[in-house]
Design a protein around this ligand. Structure first.
Ligand code: ZN
Length: 168
């Protein structure tokens, strides 16, 4: 369990990504979704990405749309929207992936292991019985990207439905 966030590894991997040229949470700005960026959801307040370097299949990154780095910078509306989308995301992942549990967490600052310290984001990571040894986590990092577009296609309709519900 203590290796779940393996932030040193995550930073190492993400430094090699072309997405690092800009803030990943700005990808697909103005669009409600974009497969290329693994953007599942965007509204005025919230952005949801499928993590390109997941610890588990269905690992989400959930952020305020505003480029803010600290939890103290959030205003009340964003606070509420973040918790709502985390709750809805758990329900969506449960429906499609039937995990046994979740880790939901926040790394504030590089020293705490934030891969993108300039833009506050929560990790939502589905967990299954027996998935917690370090080798399994490493194996997931290598094998999950092959299936990530399938996961995106699987989750997208539910997030878009959520978006319509928010708008309506
Ligand atoms: Zn940003």
């Amino acid at each position: 369990m203590k290796n779940l966030w393996a932030p040193w590894r995550m930073t190492y991997i993400q430094e090699k990504s072309p997405l690092e040229k800009g803030c990943i949470f700005e990808a697909g700005t103005g669009k409600s979704f974009e497969k290329e960026s693994l953007l599942l959801y965007r509204d005025a307040l919230i952005v949801v990405l499928l993590n390109r370097f997941p610890y588990a299949n269905g690992h989400l990154l959930i952020a305020p749309s505003r480029h803010v780095s600290d939890i103290s910078d959030l205003h009340g509306e964003e606070n509420t929207a973040l918790f709502d989308i985390i709750r809805e995301s758990v329900a969506i992942i449960r429906k499609h992936k039937t995990p046994d549990g979740f880790n939901i967490g926040l790394n504030l600052g590089t020293v705490a292991g934030a891969g993108h310290p300039d833009h506050l984001h929560f990790h939502v990571v589905p967990r299954w019985e027996g998935d917690h040894n370090f080798m399994t986590v490493l194996a997931e990092v290598r094998t999950v990207p092959e299936h990530i577009e399938n996961t995106f296609d699987q989750l997208l309709p539910d997030f878009q439905e959520l978006l319509e519900k928010q708008a309506g």
